[in-house]
Write a protein that binds this ligand. Structure first.
Ligand code: DHB
Ligand code: FE
Length: 284
């Protein structure tokens, strides 16, 4: 059986990608933010995951507002990135995975998640910035990535409870895959932020810290929100919490989780930037 080692949640702010491209990690603005990442990188180095399932939202590179799948996933051997206009240098292609991907696709359809399946799919900063944060210098070629996109861009969006259940179904699919692969799940985006409109710049630190607390043992207290309540509490783009919840849902069948790392830094660009590592008993 394939094994889930744990989950990582991280912000995916494009400015992080630009800062890494320009080598700004040790400048006053960035130092504290980047100092949070080495413990998570060390964990990945020891655990040697074969596959990373990444829950992210596509901000318009592959799916613009005219065609927005609620849930989409890749089943391709490779994924390209492209210029989105944020000033991040284009990254080398991301290695895909087809066997587990198709197993998950079949499992999801059997369990009533009628996803869009992509055999070609450009991946945007929601996926590439976290990947570059985990493996700086684009040294992630050895990890096979399964991109899973959740619509957090255009209403109506999947409910947080549904994103959680979707993640749980993916976790179940991994556990039922006959293979010895070591798998991690990642949830990207958040935490609170609003990029435009009257409340542009809105950040809610107490709510973000509450979410990180509840992610560990009581995620059901977060899945009870509607997306409109999330917008109210965490800003228009605070709905990106859905990806954190999908990641947490994938670990639901793993029993009690160990929180190995947590950091929260604000603001980075317009966002409360969170990082959290939750390990299962399968981790070394
Ligand atoms: C920012 C945050 C995001 O999640 C995003 O997708 C784009 C920009 C920001 O804070 O700048
Ligand atoms: Fe985003």
């Amino acid at each position: 059986m394939a094994k889930l080692l744990g989950g990582i949640a991280t912000s995916h702010i494009p400015a992080i990608g630009v800062a890494m491209d320009q080598g700004l990690e040790n400048t006053p603005y960035w130092k504290e933010f980047f100092e949070a990442y080495p413990p998570v990188r060390d964990w990945l180095y020891t655990q040697e995951p074969d596959i990373a399932i990444i829950f992210y939202n596509d901000h318009g590179l592959e799916f613009f507002h005219d065609r927005k799948p609620t849930f989409a996933m890749g089943a391709a051997a490779q994924y390209e990135n492209a210029d989105e206009g944020w000033g991040i240098a284009e990254i080398p292609p991301v290695t895909g995975e087809t066997e587990l991907s198709w197993h998950i696709v079949n499992h999801l359809i059997e369990h009533d998640f009628d996803i869009t399946v992509c055999q070609e799919m450009k991946v945007d900063h929601g996926l590439t910035v976290p990947l570059t944060l985990m493996w700086p210098g684009h040294k992630y070629g050895h990890v096979k990535v399964i991109p899973v996109a959740i619509n957090c861009e255009r209403h109506p969006m999947p409910k947080p409870s549904r994103s959680y259940a979707f993640g749980k179904a993916i976790g179940d699919a991994v556990r039922s895959f006959a293979g010895d692969q070591k798998v991690i799940v990642m949830g990207t985006g958040g935490l609170s932020h609003q990029l435009d409109g009257q409340r542009a710049g809105f950040i809610n630190k107490p709510f973000d810290l509450y979410c990180m607390d509840k992610m560990v043992d009581e995620p059901e207290l977060l899945t009870c929100y509607s997306n409109y309540e999330l917008v109210e509490k965490a800003g228009a783009q605070g709905v990106e919490l859905n990806m954190w919840l999908a990641m947490r849902g994938a670990l639901e069948g793993e029993g009690k989780l160990k929180e190995l790392h947590r950091s929260y830094h604000l603001p980075i660009s317009n966002t409360g930037a969170g990082l959290q590592l939750l390990a299962t008993d399968n981790a070394r």
